[in-house]
Design a protein around this ligand. Structure first.
Ligand SMILES: [Zn+2]
Length: 242
């Protein structure tokens, strides 16, 4: 079987037979890959713990007929152990993994930007510099943008006129001016719209200066925007307090 190396984030694992696991990975060069890790559920396994969700790993894989087989795994960033210490960061991180899996739809189609965004997002989530909820919101907006659903928070999505605009509609793809507003649009505070733009580009000083009510409002709009673009909601989102 031909061998290849790649680095990856472990998105999900599930049991296979007596001792094996199927590992869903977002790799740097091969996009989403499902691979078998043999014998990792035996207590004598030396590397089973490296293949836990969140971990950033360096892998050697053998190409199989249906699923590839992981033949070596080294830990690059032990995000699983770090996030496991903090419930808020762990649950928000779980939403990131589920989002990445849902937005990278094809197996073995390279998705380098999504991979880099996820590694950067997990690094921020496992650090203490930024609050968990805003790391999540920023990640969700950016991963949606990479997937082709970039929201507009400054120009009206209908006519292109520069804002500030106070009508936001997930189905339209962002903010709308007063003449183009759709029925049922949200009318967030002006500060919230600016905050959403800051989360999209990672302008952290603006995020850190924001008031709690604007942070909450922004989180709700990000959730609505994400839900609109995914066919089914995210199971893991239920555990994140919004
Ligand atoms: Zn307009």
């Amino acid at each position: 079987m031909p061998l290849y190396r790649d680095e990856a984030v472990v998105l999900r694992t599930h049991k296979l037979g007596e001792a094996d696991r199927i590992i869903t990975l977002l790799t740097r060069q091969h996009g989403r890959v499902r691979a078998v890790a043999k014998g990792v559920r035996r207590t004598t396994s030396r590397w089973g713990s490296r293949l836990e969700p969140f971990n950033h790993v360096d892998l050697q894989l053998a190409e199989g007929r249906s699923l590839d087989v992981i033949t070596q795994a080294e830990t690059l960033d032990p995000f699983h152990a770090r996030l496991g210490l903090d419930y808020d960061r762990y649950t928000a991180g779980t939403v990131m993994l589920e989002t990445a899996e849902r937005l990278v739809t094809e197996e073995k189609e390279p998705a380098v930007q999504q991979f880099l965004l996820l590694v950067g997002g997990l690094r921020a989530m496992s650090g203490a510099e930024h609050p968990a909820k805003q790391v999540l919101d920023s990640y969700l907006l950016r991963s949606l943008a990479v997937a082709g659903y970039a929201p507009s928070f400054d120009h009206c999505v209908q006519c292109g006129v520069e804002g500030p605009h106070r009508f936001f509609n997930p189905s339209a793809g962002g903010v709308l001016c007063a003449s183009d507003k759709l029925p049922g649009s949200a009318t967030p505070a002006g500060e919230t719209v600016l905050l959403l733009g800051a989360l999209l580009v990672g302008d952290w000083p603006v995020v850190h200066a924001a008031e709690p009510r604007h942070l909450r409002e922004a989180s709700n709009l990000v959730s609505a925007y994400l839900a609109w673009h995914l066919e089914r909601g995210l199971r893991s989102m239920a555990y994140v307090e919004r």
